[in-house]
Design a protein around this ligand. Structure first.
Ligand code: PHE
Length: 452
């Protein structure tokens, strides 16, 4: 394939913003607070932080590196960089393909709730600080099969059209503009939440760890969240890396994205938990937590309705950046490997997700009792992707780069062929991905799945 013809990001800044656009999404605003609340607060946060630094960042660096080295989709990348006679590595790309569809099946549903909440904010329906009223509004949305499905399809329609327009034009343009606004609005929310009477217990919950709550299952959930948050272990960063410029400093860019992403999550946590305790919400409410507490904080401040509306609009937009990067994995595989045009590849991907999305969207209604391992389809898709496929993909990527791809190539790629002077850093990354990272993932995975 002619490399110069591949679509790509047009500037170094564009790369940073698009990669950040992939990382920041409902994972920060919705998943991080829900999981932190459900898993006991500060202890979970601590494990999540360690997982992000020791496991997430190294995987992110080498995954992005592989994509740029091969300049191809997640499957073809392994075809190009793996030694002849080892075609099995392409399975890592196919696992990413599966993970992308599974994640999209529930993620698009949650994005649909966010879209619906834009209108609920405008109508004033969610302007309440009463946990009972808030729970009833959320419950009536998610337990209605028709509205759950329709909102999910709206999300798929919008993001599907954006992805058809191509990488540079579609993704970059959307991602560039709106991230800073969301950040500012989160800061405002934090200020209000922290000044509510009774806010302190929320901060204690978030920052003062109770180590007895850290069980093997909690460890696995935190690890899964670290992968999910950084969009790694499933080919998203690999695919985005394939659009990186040759002079892009991969370790520096990924570290910045990781730090920015972490700050958004922490802000979301500080915006939410003080309010949870001040208003008497249940921290372990799960997926509904954010949809109840965020409106409550806005309701408790002047101009609440307007800000609340803007907040849900911005969250919807943040979800777009993440969704585009999820879709990009299958779309790039289908168009580059099967010769489909980009439009056709996008259409097939969206259709597959719409199908898989039905049981996920109906998990609070018609398919609530379709349980596998005790989980409804929504929870099952989340578990299979975040807690299984992503960590497994992470191990395989580390083993591949550490033991097959090797140090000389890694050094060439991460040092931009000798133009960056980062030998110590490359050595550290190499050591981590050879031993520390894959072994820690394996230990947490086997432990969390109760294999030993
Ligand atoms: N990181 C995104 C978020 O937090 C979700 C995502 C996962 C995107 C995996 C791409 C790949 O919302």
């Amino acid at each position: 394939m002619n490399q110069t013809k591949r679509d790509g990001f047009t500037s170094t800044f564009g790369v940073l913003v698009a990669t950040l656009g992939s990382a920041v999404g409902l994972g920060n605003i919705w998943k991080f607070p829900s999981l932190t609340g459900a898993n006991g607060g500060a202890g979970f946060l601590l494990v999540y932080l360690i997982a992000t630094l020791l496991v997430g960042l190294p995987v992110m660096i080498v995954e992005t590196m592989l994509g740029r080295a091969a300049r191809a989709n997640a499957v073809s990348t392994f075809e190009r960089v793996a030694p002849r006679g080892q075609p099995g590595w392409q399975a890592v790309g196919w696992m990413g393909f599966a993970a992308a569809l599974l994640i999209m099946a529930f993620y698009s549903g949650v994005a649909g709730w966010v879209y619906a909440y834009i209108f609920k904010a405008i109508s004033g329906e969610i302007a309440t600080t009463d946990p009972k009223v808030a729970a009833a509004v959320f419950g009536s949305l998610v337990s209605n099969p028709v509205s759950s499905l329709l909102w999910q399809w709206v999300v798929l329609g919008i993001t599907g059209s954006i992805i058809m327009m191509g990488v540079a034009k579609g993704i970059e343009a959307v991602a560039r503009k709106l991230m800073p606004l969301l950040f500012i609005l989160l800061l405002v929310l934090c200020a209000r939440s922290l000044t509510l009477p009774g806010a302190m217990p929320g901060l204690t919950f978030l920052f003062s760890p109770d180590f007895s709550k850290i069980t093997p299952a909690v460890l696995l959930t935190a690890l899964g969240l670290a992968f999910f948050k950084l969009s790694i272990g499933m080919g998203t960063m690999l695919t985005y890396g394939s659009y990186f410029r040759d002079d892009q400093n991969i370790p520096a860019t990924t570290t910045r994205v990781m730090l920015a992403d972490l700050s958004v999550s922490l802000l979301a946590g500080i915006a939410i938990f003080p309010a949870v305790f001040a208003f008497g919400f249940e921290p372990a409410a799960g997926p509904s937590l954010v949809f109840m507490t965020i409106p409550a904080v806005f309701t408790a401040m002047p101009g609440g309705t307007v800000f609340m509306t803007i907040f849900f609009i911005l969250t919807a937009i943040a979800s777009v950046g993440a969704i585009l990067s999820l879709l990009e994995v299958p779309v790039a595989i289908l168009s580059e490997r099967f010769g489909f045009g980009r439009k056709r590849a996008s259409l097939y991907t969206i259709l597959a997700i719409a199908l898989l999305g039905v049981p996920a969207a109906l998990s609070q209604s018609l398919s609530a009792e379709w349980k596998v391992f005790g989980m409804n389809p929504f929870d099952l898709f989340d578990f299979l992707s975040s807690n299984l496929l992503l960590p497994l993909g992470g191990i395989l990527i580390c083993v591949f780069v550490g033991w097959v791809y090797g140090f000389p190539e890694l050094e060439k790629q991460l040092g931009n062929r000798g133009t960056l002077h980062n030998a110590w850093l490359v050595k550290t990354v190499f050591f981590l991905i050879r031993f520390v990272t894959p072994l820690s993932i394996a230990a947490v995975l086997l432990h969390g799945l109760k294999v030993f």
